[in-house]
Ligand binder design. Structure first.
Ligand code: SF4
Ligand code: MG
Length: 283
């Protein structure tokens, strides 16, 4: 049985002091240990950006890929060795700009991997430009007059794309974040966990204090049911996406690798495709 210390290596992170990504790294290490995973059973695949360095800071298999491509690599790793627990990770620019095509299709494909996005609503590594998650009016070097594009609501997008696990957290809440990553690892399908992870150096608007004032925990929303997709969408719209917790989970849809003919625990013949809802229920 491993402890979170077993997931440490001797590489010192070079994130700025106070960067939210430190907590995400700690949460991944704790969640892996709490899930009964040992380092040689874990693969962390990352894209490009400050957050992309995370695969080098965790004692596990690691792959630091190219910009926006953590998901194709992570899906390939899982298909090649389904015994591995696979975590893909990166930033909002990586996953929701150049990598958005992969994100949408990985969501609907539902391979059993956990995708953790460190969302700081800016491009940090390239020293502060507007990202798809920046609010309209946000001033950066690339938008000195303020962004004239609206911010992408990624949680709503994920529900629309057919996600089976959608969660959101805040890097300041290590306990909740760790618990959500554990749930994501346990989920048999694709888990998207968006983490508000402040960039203390370049984003002077979406700070730790700003998130503390603006986030609503779903634990405080009366009778919230994460298995109801309509409730999930309504709640996101009411709170403009600024909620934390498990937003939606569908445990009835089998994961992709279990539907590939000759590959899954229960393989399917071509006559059985396309599946109907009752077929999913039987699997
Ligand atoms: Fe973190 Fe921002 Fe520094 Fe990058 S530039 S390490 S995102 S605080
Ligand atoms: Mg970013």
């Amino acid at each position: 049985m491993a402890t979170f210390k077993d997931f440490r290596n001797n590489v010192k992170p070079n994130w700025c002091p106070g960067c939210g990504d430190f907590s995400v790294q700690a949460a991944i290490q704790r969640a892996a240990a709490n899930s009964g995973v040992v380092p040689e059973e874990l693969a962390v695949v990352s894209g490009i950006g400050c957050s992309g360095r995370i695969s080098g800071y965790i004692n596990s298999y690691g792959f630091h890929g190219i910009h926006g491509r953590s998901l194709p690599i992570a899906q390939g790793v899982k298909m090649a060795n389904r015994e591995l627990t696979v975590i893909a990770s990166g930033g909002d620019g990586d996953g929701f700009a150049i990598g958005m095509g992969h994100t949408v299709h990985a969501i609907r494909r539902n391979i059993d991997i956990t995708y953790i996005v460190m969302d700081n609503q800016i491009y940090g590594l390239t020293k502060g430009q507007t990202s798809p998650r920046s609010e309209m009016g946000f001033k950066t070097k690339s938008t000195p007059g303020g962004s004239i594009e609206s911010s992408l609501n990624v949680m709503e997008m994920a529900l629309t794309a057919g996600a089976t696990f959608v969660a959101q957290s805040f890097s300041s809440d290590l306990k909740e974040l760790t618990a959500l990553i554990e749930k994501g690892i346990a989920h048999k399908g694709f888990s998207l966990i968006n983490v508000f992870s402040p960039c203390v150096t370049f984003n002077k608007v979406n700070t730790y204090d700003w998130f503390k004032q603006n986030l609503t925990s779903l634990a405080d929303v009366e009778d919230y049911d994460p298995h109801n997709r309509v409730t999930a969408m309504n709640t996101l719209m009411e709170h403009e996406g600024l909620v934390t917790g498990l937003i939606y989970q569908n445990e009835n849809q089998p994961s992709y690798e279990n539907l590939v003919q000759g590959f899954g625990e229960k393989s399917l013949s071509s006559q059985e495709l396309p599946l109907k809802q009752e077929d999913f229920d039987k699997l």
